[in-house]
Design a protein around this ligand. Structure first.
Ligand code: CMP
Length: 140
C-alpha cells in the first residue's frame, strides 16, 4: 500500500481535558507518524471554510461554535494507507457506535464533541492539509 498523508484535528473537547498526548499515543501506536503539528485557535471563518460541505446540515452552527470554542491541534499524519488507517484508529463519528480501543470510544463525549477529525479521502486530505500547513511546515 502507498504512503499517504492525512489531516487530523484534535478537537476542543480533547484539548480541554489535556488529552493531546493520549491521542497522539494512539496515533503513533497505530504506526502513523505525526509529520506536522500545531496548536491553534480556529477562527469562525476557518471553521466555516473547513466544514463548508456541512453548511446545509442542521448541526452546522453548533459545529462551528464548538470548533472555535477552544484550542485545537491540527496535524498531518503519514503512513501506509494513512487515510483509512486513521479512520480506523478514530472509530465511528458517534462514539456510542465506535469500536473498542478507538480514540472516539476511549475519549469522545458525544457525536458533536467527538475528540478528533480525520480526512475521508485523498482529495479532501490534500485540501484540508493545504488549509492549515505550508509545505515547509511538513517534515516527513
Ligand atoms: P468530523 O469528522 O469532524 O466531521 C463533521 C463533524 O460534524 C463530525 O466530525 C461531528 O463532530 C459533527 N457531527 C456530525 N453529526 C452531528 C450531529 N448529528 N450533531 C452534531 N455534530 C455532528
Amino acid at each position: 500500500m502507498a504512503i499517504e498523508r492525512t489531516f487530523s484535528i484534535i478537537k476542543p473537547d480533547a484539548t480541554a481535558r489535556n488529552l493531546t498526548g493520549a491521542v497522539n499515543a494512539l496515533i503513533e501506536k497505530a504506526g502513523l507518524r505525526i509529520v506536522a503539528q500545531k496548536r491553534i485557535r480556529m477562527t469562525r471563518e476557518q471553521a466555516e471554510t473547513f466544514y463548508a460541505v456541512h453548511k446545509a446540515r442542521p448541526f452546522f452552527g453548533e459545529l462551528v461554535d464548538f470548533m472555535t470554542s477552544g484550542p485545537v491541534v491540527v496535524q498531518v499524519l503519514e503512513g501506509e494507507g494513512a487515510i483509512a488507517k486513521y479512520r480506523d484508529v478514530m472509530g465511528a463519528t458517534d462514539p456510542s457506535k465506535a469500536a473498542e480501543g478507538t480514540i472516539r470510544k476511549v475519549h469522545a463525549k458525544s457525536i458533536g464533541e467527538n475528540s478528533v477529525h480525520g480526512s475521508d479521502a485523498p482529495e479532501t486530505a490534500a485540501i484540508e492539509i493545504a488549509q492549515f500547513f505550508s509545505g515547509n511546515e511538513i517534515v516527513g
